[in-house]
Design a protein around this ligand. Structure first.
Ligand SMILES: *[C@@H]1O[C@H](CO)[C@@H](O)[C@H](O)[C@H]1NC(C)=O
Ligand SMILES: *[C@@H]1O[C@H](CO)[C@@H](O)[C@H](O)[C@H]1NC(C)=O
Ligand SMILES: *[C@@H]1O[C@H](CO)[C@@H](O)[C@H](O)[C@H]1NC(C)=O
Length: 205
């Protein structure tokens, strides 16, 4: 094989890889796995829903963990705050648990986006980045409720038409600890201070 031929093959393969690789195009990119707090903020913003575990108050599983799906938003698309907001009603089974004990755990995974499927990562693989938030659910009022409304309704437009006789109210997840699985070597923890301090976007100097 001539040097010239080999060189053009390498170039061609390179171009092919570039055009086929989705991460090389316009798709939003996950932060480097060692920037754990930024990865957590990224996952929290990308996910439109979360599994929330409460401590059940319902027979026959009183006192046992009870996991259920909820729509969440930490801010309008592109401007995440890291605070997961929710739109809840006291008619809902998990919300009834929260009225007795507001402690809960939220989990969100990039398996909920196209990312893991496109990269070929199984949902249980740590490479398919996922986070678990520990804390409690608290109602928000006033300007924070206005922000919650804007955050949720922009990403979940059908909420606008949910039946008003259900007495919906806005809540936030009050984070006490963040657990991150984004690489091999076991779970990593991020304090709420580190989590909220982290920048969602790469800083340009
Ligand atoms: C928000 O308003 C509701 C209903 O008036 C009240 O029960 C709740 O304690 C308030 N929450 C906060 C955080 O002020
Ligand atoms: C959030 O949780 C922390 C730790 O449990 C608690 O001290 C704080 O009062 C809570 N914040 C709200 C708004 O409930
Ligand atoms: C907050 O972020 C800045 C800038 O990225 C960083 O230098 C600092 O160490 C961070 N502080 C905490 C408590 O994470």
């Amino acid at each position: 094989m001539s040097v010239l031929f080999r060189a053009s093959c390498v170039l061609l393969l390179g171009l092919l890889w570039f055009s086929l690789s989705p991460s090389a195009s316009c798709r939003v990119r996950i932060p480097p796995h060692d920037q754990v707090a930024r990865v957590a903020r990224f996952v929290a913003h990308q996910c439109d829903w979360a599994s929330m575990a409460t401590i059940s108050t319902h027979k026959p599983v009183v006192g046992q963990p009870f996991s259920n799906a909820f729509s969440v938003s930490d801010g309008p698309e592109g401007s995440g705050t890291g605070v997961p907001y929710m739109y809840l009603t006291r008619m809902e089974i998990s919300v009834q648990d929260l009225e007795v004990n507001p402690v809960a755990s939220l989990s969100m995974s990039l398996a909920q986006t196209d990312y893991c499927r496109q990269e070929g990562f199984d949902p249980q693989s740590p490479l398919c980045a996922h986070i678990i938030l520990s804390g409690s659910v608290v109602e928000v009022n006033g300007t924070e409720a206005e922000f919650a409304r804007k955050s949720l309704f922009s990403r979940h437009p059908e909420m606008i038409d949910w039946p008003s006789d259900h007495n919906w109210f806005f809540c936030k997840f009050n984070i006490t600890q963040v657990w991150v699985l984004d690489y091999f070597g076991g779970v990593k923890t991020v304090s709420p201070e580190e989590y909220f301090n982290a920048s969602l976007h790469r800083k340009h100097h």
